[in-house]
Design a protein around this ligand. Structure first.
Ligand code: GDP
Ligand code: MG
Length: 582
């Protein structure tokens, strides 16, 4: 199939608006699946697989469709519907040139419709609005058309009204895919030197693959073919790349007869969320190791460093592009490889600007990145600390705006923008410190807005931050595993939370235990675990000897999984409860 006859598209929709049912009809109409069978959400099988963690990569169903005497290859790329997985949605959208945006004719535009639309819009895809369920008694397609025009600025005559359930107007959807979605992979290029024309053979410096140029042109702003592109021009190029992973941002393309050094600036995705990963049981280490290796072959954006913890044993420090990326990776490990892992609370890469030439020489860098709290340089060594920030977009029904703003403030966010996108829906933009959203921001946002607010974010660089290193002490002894980097303003609440969690998970011992959070020598939070009076053997005093032996044995086994801090025995379990995300 030539690129001209190929279309890559996705269906996006708010949950239950009919994405899966429409997919079934498209598969049937193109003969991809048999109409006589009782097809119910055929693509959802993929979704089920994904929920079990088997396919988090986008699935593609290829449909063949004849139109005006030509045969077309339509690749339907499945996206996880939930914006929780917007990381994956964006990734699969990046393989498409267009989307079908399905909206329920009765419910109208919902939060997820809006969030999904903006993902597609930002990826510069053609959006075909499809109003579904027109067979419903309460369907009001005219009202939904108006909403689409108002919120997305899409003329209402572009909406296709269908019933996926009854199969009404499905053919029109396929025709729109062919007419309104541009073909194949189109790479935006800037020409640095020479000329490129149709028919030239080019090589990608990144993949080393050779392609023949099928078309070149300029964007003004739609693709307009030209015969050639000259040095200094910015335009597009179609060269039969099958898959967008072949068209990497920042890649250098050169004529096959004139090899060149790749231009600088090729950036691969940078991990922004780091977490420790350990097997629950050390005997599982080798299995887990091979599972991690297999998964990272599939997903090269995960960075892996060996790490070890006194309490948790040998493990890794993994870097992910974002929180969802981390969750998906963890889910795949557990579900595809049956691995049970301890994932520690995620951290973000902080930076420190060193203060003296001597230190710069020692670290071989002026600015060091800290992904491990143990390597946090003391204030005396730095001129400033920096933290990563993101620009977050929140869309919420306006009745929740007040609560959302309070939540953002509590997360040290700075408001950048606020606008009504229709009569009662607000879009807020905030600059957030990344570490303030990595743990439970999304859950909090969802619960305070009864599930209606949606959230997404993009990278926004670094900002100065007053960071401190917080130690946890047990009767005055440092607990290395629990050292954390926190913002000065959050030290008290974070310290208190850790002390409380530790108090709940530490078993009582024969003496009192003071749990303290400290910054330098200053104690900022404290909890106490009272002494435990009876000893293990007391209850079988005078009882039979085998029972006594059993108890002693069990106690000895338990001890293997203990770590001694001073004279305090801390079971591994207690660390897990404090360190892990949930
Ligand atoms: P998804 O969550 O977007 O994949 O939605 P589904 O395709 O699973 O559909 C959700 C529900 O809406 C199911 O019960 C479908 O049978 C129903 N549905 C889908 N399309 C239509 C339609 O055109 N008309 C009616 N009446 N119901 C539909
Ligand atoms: Mg579905």
């Amino acid at each position: 199939f030539s690129v001209e006859n190929t279309r890559n598209f996705s269906i996006i929709a708010h949950v239950d608006h009919g994405k899966s049912t429409l997919a079934d009809r498209l598969l049937e109409l193109t003969g991809t699946i048999d109409k006589t069978k009782n097809n119910k959400q055929v693509l959802d099988k993929l979704q089920v697989e994904r929920e079990r963690g088997i396919t988090v990569k986008a699935q593609t169903a290829s449909l063949f469709y004849n139109c005006d005497g030509k045969q077309y290859l339509l690749n339907l790329i499945d996206t996880p519907g939930h914006v929780d997985f917007s990381y994956e949605v964006s990734r699969s959208l990046s393989a498409c040139q267009g989307v079908l945006l399905v909206v329920d004719a009765n419910e109208g535009i919902q939060a997820q419709t809006v969030a999904n639309f903006f993902l597609a819009f930002e990826a510069q895809l053609s959006v075909i609005p499809v109003i579904n369920k027109i067979d419903l008694k309460n369907a009001d397609p005219a009202r939904v058309e108006k909403q689409i025009e108002k919120v997305f600025d899409i003329p209402s005559d572009e909406c296709i009204k269908i019933s996926a359930k009854l199969g009404t107007n499905i053919e029109r959807v396929l025709q729109a895919v062919i007419e309104r979605i541009p073909p194949g992979v189109i790479a935006n290029v800037a020409l640095f030197d020479g000329v490129v024309s149709k028919g030239d053979k080019i090589i990608s410096a990144y993949t080393k693959k050779t392609y023949e140029v099928n078309e070149v042109g300029v964007l003004n702003p739609n693709e307009q073919p030209t015969h050639k592109l000259y040095a200094g021009q910015v335009g597009y190029l179609i060269a039969g790349m099958k898959d967008v992973t072949e068209a990497q941002i920042g890649d250098t393309l050169y004529l096959h007869k004139q090899p060149v050094e790749p231009l600088p600036g090729f950036k691969s995705a940078k991990p922004m969320v780091f977490a420790g990963m350990y097997p629950i049981d050390q005997s599982e280490y080798n299995n887990l190791k091979s599972a991690v290796e297999k998964l990272t072959i599939n997903d090269s954006s995960v960075t892996v460093h060996r790490d070890s913890s006194l309490a948790l044993g040998a493990g890794w420090r993994l870097g992910f592009l974002g929180l969802l990326h981390m969750e998906v990776f963890n889910q795949r490990l557990e579900q595809e490889y049956n691995a049970s892992v301890i994932l520690t609370t995620p951290t973000v890469p902080y930076k420190a600007v060193l203060s003296s030439a001597k230190l710069i020489k020692e670290y071989r860098e002026k600015e060091i990145t800290i992904i491990n709290p143990a390597q946090f340089p003391d204030k005396s060594k730095v001129t400033e600390y920096l933290e990563p920030v993101i620009l977050g977009t929140i869309i919420t029904p306006d009745e929740y705006t007040g609560k959302v703003m309070m939540l953002c403030q509590a997360r040290r966010a700075v408001q950048k923008n606020m606008m009504y996108i229709d009569q009662n829906r607000v879009m807020l933009k905030y600059l957030f410190p990344l570490n303030e959203i990595v743990v439970d921001f999304y859950d909090s946002l969802k619960s305070l807005s009864s599930g209606y607010a949606s959230f997404d974010y993009e990278d926004a660089g670094y900002q100065t931050a007053e960071l401190v290193k917080m130690d946890i002490l047990l009767n005055g002894n440092h607990v290395e595993e629990l050292v954390t980097i926190v913002h000065k303003d959050k030290a008290h609440s974070v310290g208190k939370a850790i002390c409380e969690r530790l108090k709940d998970s530490l078993p009582r011992q024969l003496f009192e235990i003071a749990i303290q959070a400290a910054i330098g020598s200053k104690i900022i939070a404290r909890e106490t675990v009272k002494a435990y009076r009876k000893n293990v053997l007391a209850k079988c005093y005078g009882g039979d000897i085998t029972r006594k032996m059993k108890l002693l044995k069990r106690q000895a086994e338990g001890k293997k999984k203990l770590r001694k801090i001073g004279n305090i025995e801390v079971p591994k379990d207690a660390f897990i409860k404090v360190l892990r995300t949930q």
